[in-house]
Design a protein around this ligand. Structure first.
Ligand code: PLP
Ligand code: COI
Length: 337
């Protein structure tokens, strides 16, 4: 029996996954498999040259029992941008959709019940499979979509976390791969993630890699702050364009906030009322404090215990649309039938 209301954000075996192999210049037929393993050559390019990219999206069960997927077309487009950056082929949106909807239908029993706060996390994964020693792109590429029921990314759920500024390493270069979702970015940030957890923080806050002056991203998510009646979020050539952030900007505008997408100096946090990170896994994770160890300075937000009122409102609206409690005026929801 799965304890739906107490699920962590972790991998849980489901019934099956969907796969498709690209070979000789074209995609083959989608397969459904119950295997959790991949048989591959030890010299496959994904293993030593990091030729891989991935995605993350969620399916939600509504009060009506129906399963909803949030903005999958955006994940499909971003997957293709990532694939192009690391020399892999385009996945037609129709193929992505077929693999996604088949996966969710196959694993419908693993879409958490309404009211548990949990959802089905879907992880599309694309890897270079050809054996190579010289650096060149694989001609065989495997696309897998697997899923796992998940709870909140941060244990406390919608509760403020503390984050720490990290200047010792960069997650991505100014014109590197920060704008796409490739494994190398996450490997490059693991040292900072480990260190921030060891020091008792929820995540590391990354600054722009060129000047170390402006806020880039936060943990596995984008950053935003509320300053008066403004929703401000970083503009940078080294961050991932977040679909959650894009959605929150639309919701913020709808509720009368002015959206500013621009460089945000770290020091501007002193003038902000609320701060948060946002992403598919993180949803909105409010930030209570940002600690800058190099300046020995802490920026705090609100009473440091409760999320700010704009964060609460944006969270309720976003999650309300995702679970179908609130009408979706944007066309963000697709039903899996
Ligand atoms: N930034 C990074 C580094 C991420 O890993 C993610 C997660 O996907 C995001 C931002 C948020 O993007 P999205 O809202 O599309 O999930
Ligand atoms: C997501 O939010 O979907 C992510 O990919 C974050 C993940 C690395 C846990």
């Amino acid at each position: 029996m799965i304890d739906w209301a107490n699920l962590p954000f972790g991998y849980l075996k489901t019934k099956s996954n969907t796969r498709c192999l690209y070979s000789e210049g074209k995609w083959g037929k989608m397969e459904v498999t119950e295997s959790e393993n991949i048989n591959m050559h030890m010299a496959a390019t994904c293993l030593h040259y990091g030729q891989e990219c991935f995605e993350g999206l969620k399916a939600y069960r509504g009060k009506d029992g129906k399963i909803r997927v949030f903005r999958w077309e955006e994940n499909s487009k971003r997957l293709n941008r990532s694939a192009a950056r690391v020399g892999m082929p385009e996945v037609p949106a129709e193929l992505f959709k077929e693999m996604l909807f088949t996966l969710v239908k196959e694993n419908a029993d693993f879409v958490p019940p309404y009211g548990t706060g949990a959802s089905l996390y879907i992880r599309p994964l694309m890897i270079g499979m050809s054996p190579r020693l010289g650096i060149s792109a694989s001609t065989e590429v495997l696309l897998i979509l697997f899923c796992s029921p998940v709870g909140p990314y941060y244990k406390g759920g919608f509760k403020p976390i503390k984050v720490i500024v990290e200047r010792g390493s960069d997650r991505a270069a100014p014109l590197g791969t920060g704008t796409v979702k490739v494994g190398g970015n996450y490997a490059a940030a693991l040292n900072m993630s480990i260190k921030s957890h060891e020091m008792g923080y929820g995540a590391a806050l990354y600054l722009d890699p060129k000047e170390k002056k402006y806020i880039d991203e936060c943990g596995p998510a984008n950053f935003f702050a509320i300053k008066g009646d403004k929703y401000i979020t970083p503009k940078s050539t080294s961050i991932l364009p977040s679909i959650t952030n894009m959605s929150l900007q639309a919701l913020a505008e709808k509720k009368g906030l002015t959206v500013e997408k621009r460089q945000i100096p770290l020091t501007e946090l002193a003038e902000c009322d609320e701060a948060a990170e946002c992403g598919t896994a993180a949803v909105i994770s409010p930030i209570s404090a940002v600690y800058d160890p190099d300046e020995n300075k802490t920026y705090t937000f609100g009473d440091q215990v409760h999320p700010g009122k704009n964060c609460v409102d944006l969270y309720n609206t976003l999650v309300g649309i995702q679970y179908g409690d609130i009408a979706d005026p944007f066309g963000w929801i697709s039903f899996v039938e």
